[in-house]
Design a binder for this molecule. Structure first.
Ligand code: HEC
Length: 193
């Protein structure tokens, strides 16, 4: 059993017509608002540190930001907010840490379809309340677009030193060959209700 949470005003209006009450239109789901602000903080902090590290020492130097800082920022946000916060992808670089579960894989496949159908990746997201054996959980995923900055480490034309540094750390790396504008992966957040 699950319930999709409407993300846009138009979708909310539609939900109102079917099942929601008028007050839900005026007040967006507080879990959705919270999840979005956590994602924003994660993205802003990580991209800022990544850009700085690339500027200071090139992409090889910046690999450690993705390897060490991304999980550290996620852990800090999880601890502060009570949400489980992480990143995932259908083509992961760190298979142990970032591989999607079934629900995440389904949403990511849907993001790819939505992108192929012409939808803008930047605001692309999905929210759902899911009933589990342990009770209801709120799950939120926000697509991460591939920007030019990402191509040094996720594109199809890596320099030899970047490729070698990645090979050494990530023997099963699948996260190469992306083009700017594609869905690179998603932030994924879960909270028990
Ligand atoms: C300097 C190299 C580098 C750059 C630049 C880079 N990444 Fe990564 N990326 C990595 C590494 C290394 C990992 C593995 C992190 C880990 O061990 O959890 C990773 C992992 C990820 C993941 C988690 C899923 C996975 O594949 O394991 C996402 C999502 C991601 N990167 C998105 C991006 C985006 C979007 C950009 C551009 C804004 C970007 N990366 C730029 C090196 C890079």
């Amino acid at each position: 059993m699950s319930r999709i949470i409407p993300l846009t005003a138009a979708a909310t209006m539609l939900a109102v017509a079917t099942l929601a009450t008028a007050s839900e239109v005026d007040a967006p789901d507080p879990n959705l608002v919270e999840a979005r602000s956590i994602v924003q903080e994660f993205a802003t902090t990580l991209t800022g540190e990544l850009k700085e590290a690339v500027q200071q020492g090139g992409p090889v130097n910046a690999i450690k930001v993705c390897q060490e800082r991304a999980p550290a920022i996620a852990a800090d946000l999880s601890e502060r907010t009570g949400w489980t916060v992480g990143r995932t992808s259908l083509k992961t670089r760190n298979l142990d840490r970032n591989s999607p579960d079934d629900w995440e894989a389904g949403v990511l496949a849907d993001f790819d379809k939505r992108q192929a159908a012409g939808e803008d990746v930047k605001p692309m997201a999905h929210a759902e309340v899911i009933e589990t054996a342990d009770g209801s959980v709120f799950r939120f995923m926000k697509a991460i677009p591939t920007a030019d900055l990402c191509l040094a480490c996720h594109g199809s034309d890596l320099t030899d030193d970047v490729a070698a540094a990645l090979d050494e750390r990530y023997p099963g790396d699948l996260a190469r060959g992306y083009q700017a504008g594609q869905v690179r992966g998603a932030f994924s957040l879960t909270k028990p209700l």
